[in-house]
Design a protein around this ligand. Sequence first.
Ligand SMILES: O=C[C@H](O)[C@H](O)[C@H](O)COP(=O)(O)O
Length: 233
Amino acid sequence: MDAREMKIKAAAEALTHVEDGMRLGIGTGSTAEEFVRLLAERVAGGLKVEGVPTSERTARLCLELGVQLRSLDELPQLDLTIDGADEIDPQLRLIKGGGGALLREKIVAAASNRMIVIADETKIVDTLGAFPLPIEINPFGQVSTRIAVEALASRLGLSGALDLRKRSDDSLYMTDGGHLILDASFGRIPDADALAEQLNAIPGVVEHGLFINLASLAIIAGPAGARVMEPKI
Ligand SMILES: O=C[C@H](O)[C@H](O)[C@H](O)COP(=O)(O)O
């Protein structure tokens, strides 16, 4: 089974949790897009759901494939969100935002009764941090914000490059909300809870890619098939 087949496997398993009439949060990224494709087939077959997309990119795909969309303001409380992740630890804490959609993804996940993460098994780690942590910042005062993030990292014993995300043409990457992203290569984040809380206290930080206590279930696909992971207490 190649990487794409594993993503499809996880997405197909997640689809079994979707019921007629649900208000669905729809994630961003290559795995979430496999979910959208499978969901669209079910919608074409008569399933009725309303989706809230977590990015413009996901919205375009949903519209192209005929999945009915609403804004989060129209559907402020959702039944279920299905989304991918960049890293998943045994407590189902996540790093997200590799595709730049972390802010909307977190708002949508927090507005949902349940969040199911779908991923291939390469995303499972013992300790978060090998994947650079995306930190979404306001362009205003970005240098001061970077200095504050560096100082926080140093207080928590973390070190590593903070790279302002760029596009392939070397221009600055802007999120759907018009913000910048600092990718923090800490390597290992021993206390993700403390980092998450303290990043939220820096005024120029709009949001960060640590998703704590949001995922209720993960569906992880490997060569042998998909398995379900619940948060380890
Ligand atoms: O901003 C993007 C999201 O957090 C994605 O869900 C995450 O990067 C995983 O994407 P993929 O399924 O493409 O690995």
